[in-house]
Design a protein around this ligand. Structure first.
Ligand code: FES
Ligand code: FE
Length: 430
């Protein structure tokens, strides 16, 4: 695909200079949270879209949504609409939903199956591989080459049944990154999983507030009673370390999955390439709890190769804006989609084994209970946070070196990207 039109246009040089000054100022105060400016400036928001969202690997969907040739669904972000389609050759493509004639959307349906996409304006016809098949009257014109006018395409990576796209033609090869967590993620066989439930939580908060909330568990003890009863993630290292060690020792034996306890840390600036983060680690649930449910008991059949419960949960990052929690019997994916500075869609997708039958093998309400309740709690605190951040008197306080370490890594990556520095740094040893 050709380079993107740059949407970021500073209203004036003053605005761009102000942004660069704010980035420099924030970089000098690395321990503090982000200043209000980064949550409110329209210049910053446009820059975020161009430098972060449209250069990062983003989760678009799951292979079970498009099992057959001609199946498609739309993925939308900002003013972009992408047709994620399976071609007759079985390949998954991300077709930019903008006609190569005058730019009309060629597909209006949110999902479906078709043989061709016919532009509703002047009737150009595209195959499900994006190739232009026909252009009324034009294709007979001398010099008109259909092969020059196929739908543009975004990059695609498919692994573990998860479909990722990247609008940057020069993006780092995400498949090569995802291979690094094959050992930990492969055994869930997410490629054979099914979506048992998905829900969008629309939050009146800047996307960095929503994501920042996911990246730390300093708030868990105060905000999430049900979650905190089960998960050790919120506790201090010295409390958690022996519980984790005991779980790591039994993890392989109990689950039957080789090396399931091994961690891979390539987050944010430590990603192998810009916007290509991969991270996975396994942490313990408190004694006696087996899965992420209301009372910690299993809620679905074991996934993939799992033979049993080790009392652990996997924690994953796929690119900077997609996260996953993996319990032996279900996996939960989270993604963040911004709508301007003050609204974010937080989407949650629950996966279970592909052959599990609702009402027989799992109860949907029981499956989603914990993370639905936890997300409603999060929505409340995110919105309260957003309201307070918009106060004229807001001044960010320090970030805790242990409990807010991941948000600090995010802010470091974010500021570099905003400034146009897409370099990556070697991973730290943990
Ligand atoms: Fe699509 Fe003219 S805009 S055929
Ligand atoms: Fe939370």
């Amino acid at each position: 695909m050709t380079a993107l039109n740059q949407h970021f246009v500073a209203d004036s040089e003053d605005n761009l200079a102000r942004m660069q000054q704010a980035v420099a100022e924030q970089m000098r105060d690395r321990d503090a949270g982000l200043m209000q400016y980064f949550y409110r400036s329209s210049v910053v928001y446009q820059r975020e879209l161009d430098n972060l969202f449209f250069k990062s690997w983003l989760w678009a969907g799951h292979v079970s949504q498009i099992p057959n040739p001609g199946d498609f669904f739309l993925y939308e972000i900002d003013q972009e609409s992408v047709i994620v389609a399976r071609g007759n050759d079985g390949q998954v493509r991300a077709l930019i939903n903008s006609c190569r004639h005058r730019g009309s959307r060629v597909c209006e349906e949110l999902q479906g199956n078709c043989k061709t996409f016919v532009c509703p304006y002047h009737g150009w016809v595209y195959g499900t591989d994006g190739a232009l098949r026909g252009a009324r009257h034009m294709d007979a014109m001398p010099g008109f080459r259909k092969e020059d006018h196929g739908l543009k395409q975004a990059r695609v990576a498919v692994r573990f049944g998860l479909i990722f796209i990247n609008f940057d033609p020069d993006a780092y090869d995400f498949n090569a990154c995802l291979e690094q967590v094959d050992g930990q993620l492969g055994p869930y066989h997410l490629e054979n999983a099914k979506i048992a439930h998905r829900e969008t939580y629309s939050v009146d908060a800047n996307w960095k507030i929503a994501l920042g909330n996911y990246l730390e568990c300093y708030h868990c003890e105060t905000a999430h009673r049900a979650y905190s009863k089960l998960h050790t993630f919120k506790d201090r290292e010295e409390v958690v370390a022996p519980i984790n060690r005991a779980m790591w020792e039994r993890a392989e034996r109990e689950t039957g999955v080789h090396d399931i306890e091994k961690a891979v840390y390539r987050m944010f600036r430590e990603a192998p390439g810009f916007g290509s983060c991969v991270y996975t680690s396994r942490y313990a649930l408190f004694d006696g709890y087996l899965s992420g449910s209301r009372d910690g008991t299993p809620v679905a059949p074991l996934m993939g190769d799992f033979k049993g419960y080790d009392g652990g949960a996997g924690d994953c990052q796929f690119g900077p804006l997609t996260y996953m929690l993996n319990y032996p019997d279900h996996c939960i994916l989270f993604r963040y989609v911004p709508f301007g500075n003050n609204k974010t869609d937080m989407e949650i997708v629950w996966f279970v084994n592909g052959d599990a039958v609702e009402g027989v093998d799992y109860d949907r309400e029981a499956l989603v209970w914990l993370w639905h309740v936890t997300t409603i709690e999060d929505k409340r605190i995110m919105q309260l946070n957003a309201a307070g951040v918009n106060s004229r008197f807001f001044e960010p306080g320090p970030q805790h070196p242990e409990f807010e370490d991941t948000p600090k890594r995010f802010v470091d990556w974010y500021l570099h990207a905003l400034a146009g520095d897409f370099s990556v740094i070697p991973p730290t040893v943990r």
